[in-house]
Design a protein around this ligand. Sequence first.
Ligand SMILES: NC(=O)c1ccc[n+]([C@@H]2O[C@H](COP(=O)([O-])OP(=O)(O)OC[C@H]3O[C@@H](n4cnc5c(N)ncnc54)[C@H](O)[C@@H]3O)[C@@H](O)[C@H]2O)c1
Length: 430
Amino acid sequence: MKHNIESNPSTPGKFKMDKSSYNNRLRLHSYIPKLAFWSLVFLGLLYIFFYKSPPALSDLSRRSLRTSSYGGPNFSQKVKASAKITLRNGKSILVTGAAGFVGSHVSTALKRRGDGVVGLDNFNDYYDPSLKRARQAHLERAGVYIVEGDINDVVLLKKLFDIVPFTHVMHLAAQAGVRYAMVNPGSYVHSNIAGLVSVLEVCKNANPQPAIVWASSSSVYGLNSNVPFSERDRTDQPASLYAATKKAGEEIAHTYNHIYGLSLTGLRFFTVYGPWGRPDMAYFFFSRDILKGKSIPIFEAANHGNVARDFTYIEDIVKGCLAALDTSKKSTGTGGKKKGPAQLRVYNLGNTSPVPVSDLVSILEKLLKKKAKRLVMKLPRNGDVQFTHANISLAQQELGYKPVTDLQTGLRKFVQWYLSYYGNGKKSSQ
Ligand SMILES: NC(=O)c1ccc[n+]([C@@H]2O[C@H](COP(=O)([O-])OP(=O)(O)OC[C@H]3O[C@@H](n4cnc5c(N)ncnc54)[C@H](O)[C@@H]3O)[C@@H](O)[C@H]2O)c1
């Protein structure tokens, strides 16, 4: 039997309409006003949705736009007060990641010397956010306001540039940590790639364009085996997703410099440590676990090879960051267009003296007055490299960078802070 589609109506309504053309016309007449009414309602809703709501970039952006007082009624005043410059020829600097380890130290140092500083941080819970809140409280006392928001929130960033014509951006916000990339890879793409592009987009459109100094990482050297690592060495063999996103950041920086004339300086930090540090880093959780009497994993490479790091003390890193800001030249673009070649730089900021991790533990044992339970293990293939070692001659020549703190001295300051912050180790970090 031939199958006739029309004899098999898909809806009961269609079946009825086929019954008589007279009925059909009659119904059509009664439908027209209803159809017109609902069409109008529908168009009205579309109008409200597309024209009355703000140009959406994300839900976050939409929320932030609704009021002109993002962050409360005195938002603009708080931002302006924080950005106030008290130094002659001082700078106005937006510091992203200001509630983070490096960001909080850099913000304090800038404010102390009289620059205007506004912080931005999303206070995420990659590690204990109460530590970020404590850093925030510290900064507030120093006169630095941290805006709570995400670097992907372009509307918020634009608003900040409307309030303050920042001369510089110190971009430190990022998803840090090598191993966590195997747990939450998306967070690295969100903050280190998409977030960086958001920041650069807003900077490129700002008038005047700010100069940008941002944190890359020693991890870009990946499997490079030339020691010490020089800025001229290859960086196309990352060993972790974190490293790959930092390397991508360096290429993105090149693009924005090339097309839009943004002045960009990337700083490759080498294992930064010190007071107010990051609880996910070995020196920090080793201290906690030694005090708790828990065993600590000490990795060794093939053939019992040492795993070593070029540990760099936070105050030395801060000096390098300030020197990079002070030597940065102006961006050359206006109205989103390049007007001439702009500065593009990359520097290693390390200590130039790698220390085996087992030596780090021996120093901690002395300072904490407690023996560690060492658990020697093979270095897993999860992104960590066997050693890092910085050649810092370029930063020395061009930034006057000169690290002065050895690991013993730096760890003593860290342990002092740790014991006082966590109540002599009684209240411990998570
Ligand atoms: N500490 C090191 O040893 C080291 C080494 C190499 C590179 N770096 C880089 O230096 C920078 C600072 O590192 P840190 O050790 O201070 O890390 P951190 O995690 O303490 O600080 C980063 C801060 O950025 C914030 N942040 C993350 N994503 C954000 C987002 N999308 N929007 C707004 N804020 C966001 C976090 O809440 C955090 O407070 C990072 O770019 C990091 O990758 C650090």
